[in-house]
Ligand binder design. Structure first.
Ligand code: C2O
Ligand code: CU
Ligand code: CU
Length: 505
């Protein structure tokens, strides 16, 4: 919090007009907010502010780390497997065993690779010393199978998660814990994995694929994962080093001119990834679990925590050239210094003869648009400015003025009936809103540049709202039950920025 001491005074009145001003406004007002909630009613583990760790940085430049695959023990049409969450150790630093939590012993967890139509049955065992769940982020699974905080798996017990992957659900998803209040800690200690659903008619199926699962890591002076600080709880945790498939700035080679599909996942608790690719073009072909209507060339792409994108990239045509994926500064309005730009990975072209460029299909299997002219069924207001801890139990992070209560239904809907929602970010920093069990269509935003944004009219399950932004989304949830919706900055989710949608049959 040192930054606050010399923060400028708040700028009175008016809506923040640009990024710099937004940051100043936030720094000013937040001083009061923090004083009001300094006691911290949160149930998450929180350490005292510790001095910055000395330079405990994992070595860079390892070969390409491919992810282990979750073994399917059934034949075609089914996906049966066993998944266990347990404490173990990892060697991020030479000679140091860092305590982590892992799915089947690795972080990130094993990649799940299944097909549309598959009947999935995953036997999950909890070997942690606390409750957990497995949530299938973005997948339209029945509410009972979605790993909601209301359905914990107790330590030492197992349960099956069983669901069918609907036709039309092909895309890039992920899985992670979703227990009440302890989700942030379980995720930053290592529990997260990518989940790919394939289509048998994928127009991009011939492209070689690369998985880019991004996590971040903060180690203390002894090489152990540092606990969340008050700053993390307020702003969302950002680790000190950003890992790709568990490795720090891995390198690889590629044939000159090669075209690849990269599936990129932001599995961090609170880090925004404003991605740029040096050395070649980049086309977005899917956001979260859904194809765009066609490939869209972009010079940069913002991923908020929880989001995925599929991009097609092309390597330079001469040998010894590099493709470098890196981040550039993004001001998310938080009361922390803007995360410094980082290099994520580096891929060098080989001596081989250049491959001919592959022409991308002009159209891709985007979901059909939802009906227009729907009446507004819900208005959802996100806030990060509650003053905390009243008798109402309402804390700083709220949706429609309320902190999460697992027993309360915040929104009711009817299964299979499309609705339009207005969502507004009345807070001071960006918040990525995520809705379980469906993908929604972003149809409008008050943001000035939305018309050129690949997200406009696209389907996604997580959408970032900047401070003051108001959007309209259309959504339909096909199966009944109680579903979560929340900010995907996990520290905000755990401190109350979550609600329940009850979908009636
Ligand atoms: Cu990825 Cu409710 O979460
Ligand atoms: Cu989810
Ligand atoms: Cu948030």
């Amino acid at each position: 919090m040192k930054k606050l001491k010399d923060a400028p005074p708040p700028i009175p009145g008016g809506e923040p007009a640009d990024a710099v001003r937004r940051r100043l406004v936030f720094a000013g007002i937040a001083t009061a907010g923090l004083a009001g909630c300094g006691g911290g009613s949160s149930g998450t583990h929180m350490a005292a502010e510790s001095p910055p760790a000395p330079n405990v940085t994992a070595p860079t430049g390892s070969g390409w780390p491919s992810l282990p695959m979750l073994q399917n023990t059934s034949g075609p049409g089914q996906f049966s497997a066993a998944l266990t969450a347990s404490p173990t150790t990892a060697n991020f630093l030479p000679g140091i065993a860092t305590q982590i939590l892992a799915y089947n012993g690795t972080t990130p967890g094993p990649m799940i690779d299944a097909y549309e139509g598959d009947a999935v049955r995953i036997r999950f065992t909890n070997r942690l010393d606390q409750d957990t769940t497995v949530h299938w982020h973005g997948l339209p699974v029945p509410a009972s199978e979605d790993g909601n905080p209301m359905n914990p798996v107790a330590p030492g017990t197992s349960r099956d998660y069983a669901y069918t992957l609907p036709i039309g659900s092909a895309g890039t998803y992920w899985y992670h814990p979703h227990p009440h209040e302890t989700t942030p800690e379980q995720v930053y200690r290592g529990l997260a994995g990518i989940f790919i659903v394939r289509s048998r008619t994928d127009p991009l199926a011939t492209l070689p694929e690369r998985l880019v699962v991004i996590t971040d890591l903060r180690l203390d002076a002894t090489g152990q994962i540092a606990a969340n600080t008050a700053t993390d709880l307020a702003n969302g945790r950002e680790g000190d080093q950003v890992l790709v498939n568990g490795a720090h700035q891995p390198v690889d080679t590629i044939a000159p001119g090669a075209t690849e599909r990269w599936r990129v996942l932001d599995a961090t608790n609170g880090r925004y990834l404003r991605l740029v690719l040096d050395g070649g073009p980049m086309w977005v072909v899917a956001l979260d679990g859904c194809s765009l209507p066609g490939p869209m060339a972009v010079s940069e792409l913002l991923l908020a925590p929880g989001q995925r994108a599929e991009v097609v990239v092309r390597a330079p045509v001469t040998s010894g050239q590099k493709l470098v994926l890196r981040t550039i500064a993004y001001n998310r309005g938080a009361m922390v210094p803007i995360a410094p730009p980082v290099k994520l990975l580096e891929i060098t072209t080989t001596q081989a003869a250049a491959l001919a460029p592959i022409t991308l299909p002009a159209s891709l299997p985007a979901p059909p648009p939802l009906p227009m002219n729907l009446a507004t069924a819900q208005t959802v207001v996100l806030s990060d400015m509650g003053m905390g801890m009243g008798a109402s139990g309402t804390g700083r992070f709220t949706i429609n003025g309320k902190s999460f209560d697992p027993t309360r239904d915040d929104i009711t809907m009817k299964a299979g009936v499309p609705e339009e929602w207005i969502v507004r970010n009345a807070g001071m920093m960006d918040h990525p809103l995520h809705i379980h069990g469906t993908s929604f269509q972003l149809v409008a935003s008050t943001r000035a540049n939305i018309a050129s944004d690949p997200r406009l009219n696209a389907f996604m399950d997580t959408v970032n709202l900047i401070s003051g932004e108001q959007i309209r989304i259309r959504l339909r949830i096909d199966t009944p039950g109680r579903r979560m919706f929340h900010c995907h900055i996990l520290e905000h989710e755990a401190q109350g920025m979550m609600g329940v949608i009850n979908i009636a049959a």
